[in-house]
Design a protein around this ligand. Structure first.
Ligand code: IPM
Ligand code: MN
Length: 356
């Protein structure tokens, strides 16, 4: 009997619904070809709904999502909603309540995609950023005193727990082994200044690492990582880091792999559910114009299939994406692609169906 997966879809705002629609087209083709079935559960959450009825993400939806195999997210963000609300009440709430403690961001330059880095080719840019996704500066610890006065004090603390650090590092070592690339895991930190937090990270890194003799380890300060990502990205295989540094370096990674049109990520609980997304945001300027690049959302589906163990479907998506880039696209940037959003989705799906 074919396996059936339960997949949540949050199309969200702006171009989110458009790119999700193309991603789902591709999912349909991949399922046919790879021989699995799925049921979709659509969720209407996002800025649009918040403005209409004041609801962001009800707890009942979260408990339902806990039981899903995976979630696909389009984009959340609305120009009329004050920054911070949707982020906190939808995205971060999902991360915390589903304990999606890994943020995985593959940084991979595909052939035919332009990178701003001079003289760098696909063989130079192919690594993963593994970001801790539920602690650090994102935990919300701290507070404010005497707000609005000249004596205001604002404190935002970075929370690093032994358990949180250890499970993140374990995932990173496992990921490094699974990638089977250079088999080198780099811890990205700031041990010269953040002497409490990264001392913990460094000790646990070596401790966990002793169980992975096949993986070489090294350490780099976050500022050096930024320099090397530009100058020698080929030195990286897997980078593991805390929440805040991971947020920053993964956007740097998105740029060197060719921009938001192709950058996808996963918010993962390795023992539970996971949510995959194009990381580009809602791009209100391009909404409804058939101009946005859906490949990042398509690649999010590829990551999702790989996560649930449907490697064949994931592989079919990746090879078909490469063909579409090669045969049909002038650029990865919205408005410059030389082909529309829907047509890209159609072509990826037909390459998958044609694959023998
Ligand atoms: C990301 C985003 C989020 C983050 C925002 C939208 C809260 O930038 O997924 O990287 O900072 O984690
Ligand atoms: Mn970010």
């Amino acid at each position: 009997m074919k396996k059936t997966y339960h997949i949540g879809v949050i199309p969200g705002d702006g171009t989110g619904p458009e790119v999700s629609a193309e991603a789902l087209k591709v999912l349909t083709a991949a399922a046919e070809k790879a021989g699995f079935e799925y049921e979709l559960i659509h969720y209407p959450f996002g800025g649009e709904r918040y403005l209409k009825c004041g609801e962001t993400l009800p707890d009942s939806a979260v408990s339902e999502m806990e039981r899903l195999n995976a979630i696909l997210l389009g984009a959340i963000g609305h120009p009329d909603v004050k920054p911070g609300i949707l982020e906190k009440e939808i995205l971060l709430k999902l991360r915390f309540s589903l304990d999606l403690y890994i943020n995985l961001r593959p940084v991979k330059l595909y052939p035919g995609v332009e990178t701003p880095l001079k003289n760098k080719e696909p063989r130079h840019i192919d690594f993963d950023v593994v970001r801790e996704n539920t602690e650090g500066l994102y935990a919300g610890a701290g507070g404010v005193l005497r707000k609005g006065t000249l004596h205001e004090v604002a404190i935002q603390e970075s929370i690093n727990t032994r358990k949180g650090v250890e499970r993140c590092l374990k995932y990173a070592f496992e990921r490094c082994r699974k990638r089977n690339g250079k088999k080198q895991l780099t811890l990205c930190g700031k041990t010269n200044v953040l002497t409490y937090a990264f001392d913990l990270w460094e000790r646990v890194f070596h401790e966990v690492g002793s169980g992975y003799p096949d993986i070489a380890t090294d350490y780099a300060h976050v500022d050096a990582v930024c320099m090397w990502m530009i100058k020698n990205p080929e030195r990286f295989d897997v980078i593991v880091t805390d929440n805040m540094f991971g947020d920053i370096i993964s956007d740097l990674g998105a740029m060197i792999q060719g921009g938001m049109g192709v950058a996808a990520g996963g918010n993962i609980n390795p023992e539970g559910t996971a949510m995959f997304e194009p990381i580009g945001g809602s791009a209100p300027k391009y909404t409804g114009k058939n101009m946005i690049n859906p490949l990042a959302a398509v690649i999010a589906v590829q990551m999702m299939l790989s996560h649930i163990g449907e490697e064949k479907g994931a592989f079919l998506i990746e090879t078909s994406v490469l063909k579409v880039i090669h045969h049909h696209m002038k650029s990865m940037e919205a408005g410059k692609m030389g082909i529309g959003t829907r047509e890209i989705g159609d072509r990826v799906a037909s390459f998958i169906r044609e694959d023998v």
